[in-house]
Design a protein around this ligand. Structure first.
Ligand SMILES: [Zn+2]
Length: 410
């Protein structure tokens, strides 16, 4: 297998999570009697461009094929984050009714709705029909397709649209062909347009051992240096970068056409590159030792769950996120003896089963009826929001647990 960006042969394994089903492939009750498809889950690091990436696998269509159950609008903290972003961007760049905003992976319109409310024309791109339908219901025109140089060219021809702003949040890391994806944005961007992308920062993943961000749909694990390199190859230049708290530490990058002289390059760009270089992000040494650290998380999670089982305690989970499937499948948790059920607020996930572990996903009512002793908060990045919302478990002596980057009870 060769690097998705620079085509150099890959020979350095960064993390091997052995194998698991696709993390969004939740099962309906009737599917529990059917065979389940598992795929290898191994990450390599390229010794030339330091792009961390998943092993070659099924083409992307089959991943998003299934009825995709993640509706962004069910996360109140994501809505809050999106609203603040829209206000910040309008204040900084002055987008108005004469501007065009395009969001790639626009999901159910969770973000574009705020631009629309302020009268800024929007267009979404999303390959998943049922989330796109929810966006259309909010009045947000959505093209149901993958984004890339082909769809970008078609879009220009058919709709005569170019963007003042292209947004992609948690999508850059999820595209199989990152070069073509960035090329597509170059084509769709007006001469003085802005691109912003948010993605989990590789340095946070390594430093804080956030291995449950690893799953099949997540093809690339990105540092600022590598993303800068990918964009430069397509004639795009970074002019700013923000660190944001999503997913345990993400970056928001700002890009423009290389020959667009209307925007100053923030000194933060050079400072950030230096910080990554000083940390060793552009050396192989930085990536060694990660496997040992994630193995320890596995043993600690097991130990905790088995101890509780022996003591006759009940453990449940909260949040049927991809993170949980990585954790449960890497830890080899099967069935309901160690984790009885997982609660999720989204009705699209309830009454289904987690892939691999087959743990049932239920509504919050179950928590109040069963009264578990421990609730594992799976999306640890939302622990403040979730523990506040479920504070009532304290009434029966219930406690919260976080498993990544270490077992922590509170
Ligand atoms: Zn490479």
């Amino acid at each position: 297998m060769n690097c998705r960006h620079c085509n150099k042969e890959l020979s350095h394994v960064f993390a091997d999570l052995v194998y698991s089903p696709i993390s969004n492939a939740m099962l309906k009750p009737e599917q529990l009697n059917e065979p389940e498809t598992y795929y290898p889950l191994k990450l390599f690091v390229c010794d030339n461009c330091f792009l961390v990436q998943v092993d070659e696998m099924e083409k992307a269509d089959s991943i998003f094929d299934a009825e995709y159950t993640y509706f962004s609008s069910f996360s109140s903290s994501l809505l809050e984050h999106s609203k603040k972003y829209v206000e910040m961007m309008i204040a900084r760049f002055g987008f108005d009714q004469n501007s065009q905003v395009i969001e790639i992976a626009s999901n159910d319109g969770y973000l574009l709705q705020y631009f629309k409310d302020l009268g800024v024309p929007v267009l979404g791109f999303d390959p998943t029909a049922n989330t796109a339908k929810a966006a259309e219901e909010k009045g947000i025109e959505t093209i149901v397709d993958f984004f890339g140089s082909n769809t970008s060219t078609t879009l220009l021809a058919e709709k005569n649209i170019k963007a003042d702003l292209i947004i992609g949040n948690n999508v850059l890391a999820h595209v199989p062909d990152i070069n073509d994806f960035v090329k597509g944005m170059k084509i769709a961007l007006k001469d003085t347009g802005v691109i912003t992308m948010e993605f989990p920062h590789l340095m946070k993943l390594v430093d804080d051992c956030l291995f449950d961000l690893i799953y099949h749909e997540h093809f690339s694990y990105l540092s600022f240096s590598t993303v800068k390199r990918v964009f430069e190859q397509q004639g795009l230049e970074m002019f700013d970068v923000d660190e944001i708290p999503t997913h345990g530490g993400s970056l928001r990058i700002y890009a423009k056409h290389k020959n667009d002289t209307t925007k100053k390059i923030n000194p933060k760009v050079q400072q950030f590159l230096k910080r990554e270089k000083d940390a060793g992000v552009t050396t192989l040494d930085y990536y060694s030792g990660f496997q040992k650290r994630i193995d320890k998380i596995k043993y600690d999670t097991w130990t905790f769950l088995i101890e509780q089982k022996k003591l006759g305690k009940k453990v449940a989970g909260y949040g049927a996120a991809a993170k949980g499937n990585t954790l449960f499948n890497f830890c080899g948790i099967k069935g309901t003896d160690l984790v009885e059920f997982v609660v999720d607020a989204s009705p699209h996930k309830q009454n289904k089963f987690l892939p691999g572990s087959h743990i049932p996903v239920v509504s919050e009512e179950h928590l109040k009826t069963i009264k578990p002793d421990f609730v594992v908060i799976i999306p640890w990045n939302l622990k403040t929001e979730i523990s506040k919302q479920l504070a009532y478990i304290r009434d029966w002596g219930g406690q919260f647990v976080i498993c990544v980057p270490e077992t922590y009870v509170f």
